[in-house]
Design a protein around this ligand. Structure first.
Ligand SMILES: [Ca+2]
Ligand SMILES: [Ca+2]
Ligand SMILES: [Ca+2]
Length: 193
């Protein structure tokens, strides 16, 4: 990452921090929760009530800076009236994306994440077990991409589309959900961000 890209990412990170602050202010009736969230860049944030308590929770993933050293992170935060508290760590990623869906149809939201891991890009599905996430399946790893749950075959369960930069180059693949297990159904023109 050159200095110009770094400056752009820092500006984006500052905007993101301001956005999160405004969201927390709005949800807390303009009372500062006093809690902070990790600033990230080249990553993703996504909200979902994964423990079904009525409060939106957060998944945050991306690159963090400490001086000139860089590390990546992926963490889940439980929301409440007083703000967000760190709940669970997932594989650290950058160039990451996050998607939620109840793909096993047991009433709670499950999670798919993809991005650049420490060595190779990954895509992993995590099953929600009463608010605790366990890895359920690994799919083609991509960074700088997108993942989206959608019921493409209209059979009532959520299938998964993945695109991004894999170790074999840009890919776009569609995976069908068969009783909670995803199998590749179609490959399309590969793209990445
Ligand atoms: Ca919640
Ligand atoms: Ca579920
Ligand atoms: Ca389906």
């Amino acid at each position: 990452m050159n200095l110009r890209d770094r400056d752009i990412e820092i500006k984006k990170m500052k905007k993101f921090i301001v956005l999160l602050f405004l969201i927390s202010q709005a949800e807390a009736s303009l009372i500062d929760s006093g809690r902070s969230l990790p600033p990230v860049m080249a990553g993703a944030v996504s909200s979902a009530d994964y423990n079904n308590d009525g409060w939106p929770d957060l998944a945050i993933s991306g690159l963090t800076l400490s001086g000139y050293s860089q590390t990546s992170t992926t963490n889940l935060f439980l929301g409440s009236q007083t703000g967000f508290i760190e709940d669970q760590a997932l594989p650290p990623l950058t160039g990451s994306v996050i998607a939620w869906a109840d793909y096993d149809m047991d009433g709670d939201l499950d999670l798919a994440i993809s991005g650049y891991g420490p060595s190779v890009p990954i895509t992993k599905l995590f099953k929600n077990n009463s608010g605790l996430f366990s890895e359920a399946q690994s799919l083609i790893g991509v960074g700088a991409g997108a993942i989206s749950f959608v019921d493409v075959d209209n059979d009532g369960d959520q299938d998964l589309a993945i695109c991004g930069s894999s170790t074999a180059g840009p890919v776009t693949k569609l995976f069908k959900n068969q009783y909670g297990t995803f199998t590749e159904a179609q490959s399309l023109t590969g793209v990445y961000r």
